[in-house]
Design a binder for this molecule. Structure first.
Ligand code: V47
Length: 367
């Protein structure tokens, strides 16, 4: 069975549901890594991408209270916060005025080229707030690319604005939205979603929003939250549904498996294991044959495991990040930021070529 799967990968044939399950079930992690690495090299050679980015979460106040999320708060609850637009613009300006390469060649966080914005579904903020946020960021930093709002947020904006999904997306794009992140996908299986996030947009709904974004010409990412209560079959189902939509639209840029973090969450549980993290990266690379990029998100995997993941099928480790909140609320063991120098070293020492990219995977610099 495994030999047949190997033959399929080596001859560029698509893997089936059964193949994907078999790969998740194998204990031969080295074989899996080798196979996924072969698939990754076919797509991206020896390159590994990173970006100078910053995360901004305008608010943690959310009308959905997903049971795996330690970041969200209800309005008026202890720890709830909301940033106004001036504070967001100021944060970005301050960040961008830092030197990209500080003295002594130590690398830096300055000169960010992308801002990643996601936040809670705020009960009172009107749609216009989000449009104004985008346009004021673009006005203050015209070159900064804006990757913002998960499919869940887009569907919420459509409800609060009374616009359909396509018109919601067009309005956001006209005000400065460049690309969309892949969050909110969790696990598409409806049974698991009902247990973990009953108020959230369904798996089908998530895919519909992404299809609309791709039709509108907006590139997006996709994620999968794993390591909580789901099983391998539900992971495979998730991957296959993404692959099916990608066949139709080719609008996804990267897939990012998100390792569940259990601290301060309602469902609790344990951290994922290193082996499961590497397996999930590798199987994703092998199953998602129509995705150009698999991202090893170092915030969730940790700096060291994300480096190893580059040998297990990943070709991207995300970026400087600077101020991560969602995973850190749930007990992230990683730092909150990495310098360009640290990112480059991590990639080089994995035997890969660091490529600094923009939001569209265009090479900014090959280091
Ligand atoms: O949607 C929430 C997940 C996501 C926990 O597109 C948790 O480039 C682990 O989507 N443990 C937000 N994960 C992060 C995200 C993302 C991150 C980096 C890059 C990109 C991209 C997207 O984090 C949420 C949810 O799925 N999440 N709680 C938790 N306890």
């Amino acid at each position: 069975m495994i030999q047949k799967i190997k033959d399929k990968v080596l001859s560029g044939k698509r893997l089936s549901k059964e193949d994907a399950l078999r790969l998740f079930e194998t204990d031969d992690i080295f074989m899996l890594g080798k196979l996924a690495s072969h698939a990754a090299k076919k797509k991206n050679g020896n390159k590994a991408y990173f970006i100078r980015n910053i995360h901004i979460n305008p608010t943690n106040i959310c009308v959905n209270r997903c049971k795996f999320c330690a970041f969200s708060r209800s309005k008026g609850e202890d720890g709830a916060y909301e940033l106004n637009i001036a504070e967001i613009v100021q944060k970005l300006k301050t960040q961008n005025s830092r030197p990209p390469i500080p003295p002594l060649g130590k690398g830096g966080y300055g000169g960010v080229t992308e801002v990643h914005i996601t936040g809670g579904l705020h009960p009172d903020r009107p749609f216009e707030y989000y449009l104004e946020m985008l346009s004021r960021i673009k006005k203050s930093s015209p070159k900064l690319q804006i990757k913002a709002f998960t499919a869940t947020e887009i569907e919420y904006f459509s409800r609060i604005s009374g616009k359909n999904i396509i018109d919601t997306l067009i309005a956001l794009r006209e005000n400065g939205l460049d690309t969309m992140p892949g969050g909110g996908a969790e696990i598409f299986d409806s049974g698991i979603r009902t247990r973990l996030c009953p108020e959230k947009l369904s798996g089908k709904g998530w895919l519909k929003v992404m299809e609309a974004a791709h039709k509108t010409g907006i590139k997006t990412n996709a994620t999968m939250l794993y390591g909580h209560v789901e099983n391998y079959e539900q992971r495979v189902d998730h991957l296959l549904r993404l692959r099916q939509l990608q066949d139709k639209t080719m609008g996804f840029q990267a897939f990012i498996p998100l390792a569940y973090h259990p601290k301060n969450t309602e469902i609790g549980g344990t951290y994922s294991s290193g082996i499961d993290d590497l397996k999930t990266i590798a199987v994703s690379r092998l199953v998602l044959d129509n995705f150009d990029h698999i991202k090893a998100y170092w915030i969730m995997l940790g700096e060291k495991l994300s480096q190893i993941a580059l040998l297990f099928g990943a070709d991207d480790i995300d970026g400087t990040i600077i101020d991560e909140k969602i995973t850190h609320s749930a007990g992230a063991l990683s730092g909150k930021a990495m310098t360009v120098e640290q990112l480059k070293n991590l990639i080089k020492k994995a035997g890969k070529i660091p490529v600094e990219r923009d939001s569209f995977y265009r090479a900014a610099k090959t280091h």
